[in-house]
Design a protein around this ligand. Structure first.
Ligand code: AMP
Length: 431
């Protein structure tokens, strides 16, 4: 299958060639033809599968089509042709980048983002001018709709990206208000890991005779992401495991997840003291700083990023070779999103989970959710003293069976008790 076979406009095919893409990914091959035919879609496709292009290419096709329409005399219709709603600012930025990348040969393409946490001025200016594609987080868009600054009466296509996440974040009423401001005849594409429960009900409300596309379910093995689970006896042991992994040569860039913002700052500070080029990223930071941190990651000035779940959504940096779960997620779905930050754009990745005994409930839930056991692993010299709290999966190596070589000379010996990594006056975060 080629992009030409998908009947895409030549301006889009050229942009795809410029991006170096030779053929559509699974979700692109499945979603683009019905989307171009005007169908409403419900799509589940894992992160990293090329899903952004699967809606952005049809969206840009709408924009190109609108260019050739004669202006209706006396028409006051204003506002974008396409609206993409995303749960987070980072994902919105990522989608905006995809719009400009794939739309680079669309004459005079106008893309704007409307997200929270940034000043209103530039957004208002963008909303006043002519606009093709608007990418927004629901809360801030509602503000602009309320003040009459955003108009959606001209909309041809609505995309809800990571709809399940938006509902988890409590955006259901905002999404309803936003869709009420759009024409009923619009085309709607909804992306979600699941369409069970409230997401399915929202799909029923918003979509007309939708086609369901499920490319690779969230429970399917991540062929390109190797997963490992290390049991740690205690917090200090977990720190020692992390330190060992981060000193391995094959770590190109690592994304380390913590459960809380406070842990992210604390851990980034500790790793900085150890000499790593590291920063933290979480929702408590101003947007300008978050953007600079992401830029530092993309330009490889940063080798390690310590982040919380919300901030890490939408991060698309192909050189992230390792995802390390230092603190477990609150929800099992987030495990899948986290590990999807590596193994991107056809590369391989390693997702390492460091768990203490009290995390065993969440590990169980993750394994049930993904219907896979995370293979157990140990590091020579840093084996846990206590036995693993979970039964071993059939066919997995025996306890301690998988070892990743001796610790490098000069590495700090692990002391099970005694040494604490917290600086005086910088207490270990409350657990
Ligand atoms: P996404 O799932 O949209 O976050 O995309 C994951 C990554 O795949 C991004 O880095 C895209 O730039 C890249 N990508 C998208 N479509 C293709 C394609 N057809 N061939 C190769 N890479 C692609």
């Amino acid at each position: 299958m080629t992009f030409e076979a998908l009947n895409l406009h030549e301006a889009l095919v050229r942009a795809l060639q410029a991006a170096g893409y030779t053929e559509p990914t699974g979700v692109q091959a499945e979603a683009i033809p019905p989307a171009l035919a005007g169908k409403d879609l419900m799509v589940s496709s894992r992160t990293g599968s090329g899903k952004t292009a699967s809606f952005m290419l049809p969206a840009l096709t709408k924009v190109l089509a609108s260019r050739s329409l004669p202006a209706t005399p006396g028409s006051k219709a204003r506002g974008p042709r396409v609206l993409v709603l995303t749960p987070t600012r980072e994902l919105a930025m990522q989608v905006a980048k995809a719009a400009s990348d794939y739309g680079r040969f669309v004459p005079g393409l106008r893309v704007a983002t409307v997200v929270g946490g940034v000043p209103y001025g530039a957004q208002l200016a963008a909303l006043r001018g002519p606009l093709d594609i608007l990418i927004a987080t629901p809360g801030r868009l509602i503000d602009h709709l309320g003040s009459g600054k955003a108009m959606l009466g001209n909309l041809d296509m609505l995309v809800l990206d990571e709809a399940d996440r938006m509902l988890d974040m409590g955006f259901i009423d905002d999404i309803r208000l936003i869709t009420e401001a759009t024409p009923a005849a619009r085309q709607t594409m909804m992306y979600s890991a699941t369409f069970a429960g409230h997401v399915g009900r929202l799909a029923q409300e918003l979509l007309r005779d939708p086609q369901r596309i499920e490319v690779s379910s969230q429970t399917e093995a991540h062929g390109d992401i190797e997963q490992r689970l290390h049991w740690a006896d205690d917090f200090e042991h977990k720190n020692a495991l992390l330190d060992h992994i981060l000193t391995e040569k094959n770590v190109d860039q690592a994304l380390v997840f913590t459960s809380t913002q406070r842990d992210a700052d604390w851990l980034a500070d500790r790793l900085h003291e150890m000499g790593h080029s590291v920063a933290s990223l979480h929702g408590g930071m101003p947007q300008g700083r978050r953007n600079r941190v992401l830029q530092g990651l993309r330009s490889k000035q940063l080798r390690v990023l310590v982040a919380t779940d919300v901030a890490a959504r939408g991060i698309d940096v192909p050189t992230i070779s390792h995802v390390i779960n230092f603190g477990l997620p609150m929800k099992e779905e987030d495990y899948v999103h986290r590990i999807g930050r590596t193994g991107r754009a056809g590369r391989t990745g390693l997702a390492v989970t460091l768990a203490e005994r009290r995390d065993s409930g969440m590990i169980h839930r993750i394994q049930r959710y993904t219907t896979q056991r995370i293979p157990l692993a140990t590091i020579e010299g840093l084996e846990p003293k206590r036995s693993a709290p979970l039964p071993m999966p059939a066919g997995a190596p025996p306890r301690g069976g998988k070892s990743f070589g001796p610790r490098p000379a000069g590495g700090k010996p692990f002391k099970p008790a005694g040494k604490t990594f917290a600086k005086p006056g910088f207490p270990r975060p409350a657990r």
